[in-house]
Ligand binder design. Structure first.
Ligand code: ACO
Length: 431
């Protein structure tokens, strides 16, 4: 990783410090500042980590300028077209595509862990009947450490693996139960004869009173949504998982922290916010008004589903998502869907507008995912839980990678302090 032939020189008050440059397998070189404070007595300042690599990783690579996303080297569009979610999970967790027998064994393991402890059902019932499914998921996933003590010893690689399998297997069950609880329907147990995506759709949409058959095209679209959200290197929720884990916290607590972070509208909450925005726009005629608002510096409104911290080109996941949206709406016979029409026209007008072109703002993965999920019958409150269940494998793979590195340390950023310097306490009667 280190390329000793290259260094960066920092000069402070005439004194120079040589900083090593690390060369990645892809992407820009990284200045190694680990000894900077010890040697030069200064910190770096980078709120939002716009120029800071917080770790090294071999899992996911993004070239934001090219609009490229690779998992373990494989392009996301090839995985979305040729693979399926559990195979992608294996790839992310173990680093290589599985042989047929390994895949079969992995799928069998995940399938056999899909039920949750029966006592956890009581835990759901402690939430208010109208609780947002994300709020329920944060609580229930955090509570898993109280139910699965035999997989919380993070120093044991086998326990780490069991915890990983449990979370990938149980997250759809937890998300579906959170949904069922929020709409007052009975929980539906997982069915091990169904594939991962079909099982999730069944747990969400089946009711004891009647038969529910999962449409294979919808199940394929669901699986693709899972793949497209599976991992995205050091995004906010993944960094949250890594930071929580750096203290030695138990795996379920770390993933609960990731879920909590994902919920925000600038991150996983964007697909819900995007669909709500498309509905608020309502008709193609009103698009210029909303584009003008997005451009107005005095208006906090932003085009949801547009822009990305890393992609300064079309989000490669958005291309696949757009195609999936067309397929699903076609299958369901939803022609001339007004929301889709607004989305397509909004995309066109924004891409033609110099404001968005100059700032390199393109549609992101969330621009079309909400349309598909709504067409499938999910309410907007389920969009982020679906993102959370898809991203669980990414969080876990990154968590596993971090803990496998013997050199990992507790995450502890520094600060640029701008407050008062030391001053004497004043008694209350003298203030
Ligand atoms: N609409 C209008 N203007 C925008 C938008 C947008 N969606 N996104 C960014 N801009 C503008 C900003 O106002 C800013 O302009 P300025 O330079 O004149 O001040 C410039 O583009 C850069 O924006 P930043 O906020 O500095 O970029 P950052 O990388 O911090 O933000 C973010 C990225 C949060 C995703 C942002 O683009 C945004 O808020 N988008 C809408 C929410 C969204 O879709 N989030 C989903 C992200 S994908 C995911 O989490 C799976």
């Amino acid at each position: 990783m280190t390329d000793s032939s290259k260094t960066a020189t920092l000069t402070i008050d005439g004194k120079s410090f040589d900083l090593p440059l690390l060369s990645p397998t892809a992407g820009p070189d990284v200045i190694d500042i680990r000894k900077l404070y010890a040697e030069a007595g200064v910190f770096t300042y980078d709120p939002g980590y716009t120029s800071t690599a917080s770790c090294d990783s071999t899992i996911t690579y993004i070239d934001g300028a090219k609009g490229e996303l690779l998992h373990r080297g494989y392009p996301i569009d090839q995985l979305a077209e040729k693979s399926h979610y559990l195979e992608v999970c294996y790839l992310l967790l173990y680093g290589e595509l599985p042989k047929a027998s390994d895949l079969e064994a992995f799928e069998a393991t995940i399938t056999r862990h899909t039920m949750i402890h029966e006592q956890m059902h009581n835990f759901f019932r402690g939430f208010r009947r109208d609780a947002h499914p994300m709020a329920t998921m944060v609580g229930v996933v955090g509570a898993m450490s109280a139910f699965y003590h035999d997989s919380t010893d993070i120093s044991d690689p086998r326990q780490r693996e069991i915890a990983s399998h449990r979370m990938i297997a149980k997250m759809p069950t937890i998300a579906a139960m959170a949904y069922k609880y929020s709409i007052g329907q009975p929980f539906v147990y997982p069915r091990n004869d169904l594939d991962y995506a079909s099982n999730f759709l069944h747990m969400c949409f089946a009711v004891p009173a009647e038969q529910y058959e999962v449409d294979p095209i919808l199940s394929r679209a669901m699986d693709r949504i899972f793949i497209l959200h599976a991992d995205h290197e050091q995004n906010a929720s993944t960094s949250t998982v890594r930071l929580a884990s750096s203290s030695g916290a138990n795996p379920f607590a770390c993933i609960a922290a990731g879920i909590a972070c994902l919920w925000g509208p600038a991150h996983g909450g964007a697909n819900q916010a995007c669909l709500e925005m498309l509905k608020e726009i309502g008709s193609v005629e009103r698009i210029p008004e909303f584009i003008a608002r997005a451009k107005d510096k005095d208006d906090p409104f932003r085009l949801m589903g547009f822009g990305h911290r890393v992609y300064k080109n079309v989000d490669p996941r958005a291309k696949v998502m757009k195609q999936s949206a067309d397929e699903v709406l076609d299958l369901l016979g939803i022609e001339n869907n007004p929301v889709l029409q607004v989305a397509k026209e909004l995309e066109k007008q924004a891409l033609d507008d110099p404001y968005f072109a100059d700032k390199k703002l393109f549609p992101n993965v969330d621009f079309y995912s909400g349309i598909i999920l709504e067409a499938m019958g999910f309410p907007t409150s389920m969009f982020t839980p679906i993102f959370a269940l898809s991203r669980t494998v990414g969080w876990i793979s990154q968590w596993k990678e971090q803990l496998s590195d013997p050199a990992h340390k507790i995450g502890r950023p520094r600060q640029l302090y701008l407050g008062e310097t030391a001053r004497d306490y004043i008694d209350v009667e003298d203030r």
